[in-house]
Write a protein that binds this ligand. Structure first.
Ligand SMILES: [Cu+2]
Length: 350
């Protein structure tokens, strides 16, 4: 850029950096998403150029003065095959590439740490397993896969972190998940990208990606006293769940110890894997999944437990080990193992 004076160039650079065309690439998925996006952009640009070139050249070549009467041309196999096969190949490449990327984006690694997100008009609430709550903010460690389990308390929302190339619908009555690995420490935008009412535009926040050490410090400094599982345990007791799910062989309900992640046989013979959604459904709508060998006597807890409460209950049941009658009280250290970046990717600096 010799023809632009250095001062002007500096000014231009500064000016343009204020209006970035693309958000920063701050997650492990971002470069892959961008490569695909630029490929699509390139094909579209190429297609547009071909069409424009043909429109312009044909209107010059076949203008009225040169060809007052049009010649009728009846098909050309070569031409038709070419313009069918080339676009078909391009679309198939896009399809396969996009599908592979989709699976990469929607299948979280098994060692991902889980954070719960509740969307409501008009704020984002984040709940960490260690009991840290955040409003319109989300702190995550870099170098570690983070899975968000999200639900809406009212209408449809959509959770989006452009810098991570993450966006997923947040729906009432159903858990949706999304995952990412933040790669660069920094503060990034958090948006609701689905119009959800008057103050939709204010349903924003910030995502703070921190080094594992900083994150551990933040986690330790922001505890609210009780972990999610401990809150869940309290709720479990106050709702009287333990009277049926006592874990003893003659109990009215199935034992919940180590039930999370296991496969249960239903009364209709089918098998269901117990996950967050299964637990939430059975608390609110017990007849939905009837476990084989048990009478359908469980009452519904619809309207009695908030989304926060349900998350706590799910987290409590997740953390139940072999015999929860004996070790009813979850100690903090046991719960804390879920949150810090100790296991997994090996990025922790010791
Ligand atoms: Cu919203």
């Amino acid at each position: 850029m010799h023809f632009i004076s250095p001062v002007l160039w500096q000014f231009l650079e500064k000016f343009l950096s204020r209006f970035p065309l693309f958000p920063p690439e701050a997650s492990s998925i971002a470069p892959y998403a961008d490569t695909f996006f630029f490929f699509l952009l390139l094909i579209s640009a190429f297609g547009t150029c071909v069409v424009i070139a043909m429109v312009v050249s044909f209107s010059i070549l076949y203008r009225k003065e040169k060809h007052p009467v049009a010649t009728q041309i009846e098909g050309s196999t070569l031409l038709e095959t070419t313009w069918t096969i080339i676009p078909l190949a391009l679309f198939l490449i896009c399809f396969v590439w996009g599908a592979l990327l989709y699976f990469r984006i929607y299948n979280p690694p098994t060692n991902a740490m889980n954070i719960y997100i509740i969307g409501k008009q008009w704020m984002w609430k984040a709940e960490h397993p260690g009991g840290q709550h955040e409003i319109n903010a989300l702190h995550v460690p870099t170098g570690r896969a983070v899975q968000l389990t999200m639900i809406s308390q009212d209408v449809f929302h959509s959770f989006s972190i452009p810098a991570f190339r993450v966006k997923r619908e947040v729906i009432p009555g159903r858990y949706t998940t999304v995952w990412f690995t933040a790669t660069k420490p920094g503060t990034y935008h958090l948006f609701c990208t689905q119009y959800c009412g008057t103050l939709h535009s204010q349903m924003i926040g910030e995502v703070v990606a921190m080094t594992p050490d900083d994150f551990q410090r933040w986690t330790a400094g922001s505890t609210s006293g009780a972990s999610l599982a401990q809150n869940g345990e309290r709720l479990f007791a106050s709702l009287g769940c333990a009277s049926c799910h006592s874990g003893s062989p003659d109990a009215h309900g199935p034992s919940l110890a180590q039930v999370y992640g296991s496969k249960l046989q239903m009364s209709n013979g089918s098998f269901v894997t117990v996950d967050d959604a299964f637990l939430r459904d059975t608390i609110l709508n017990p007849t939905m999944h009837q476990v084989a060998g048990y009478a359908p006597i469980m009452p519904t807890y619809q309207g009695q437990v908030s989304e926060d409460g349900l998350i706590s209950l799910v987290e409590y049941i997740k953390n139940l080990n072999s015999n929860y009658r004996v070790q009813q009280t979850l100690n903090t250290s046991q719960v804390q193992t879920v949150a810090p970046a100790a296991a997994g990717t090996g990025v922790v600096n010791k």
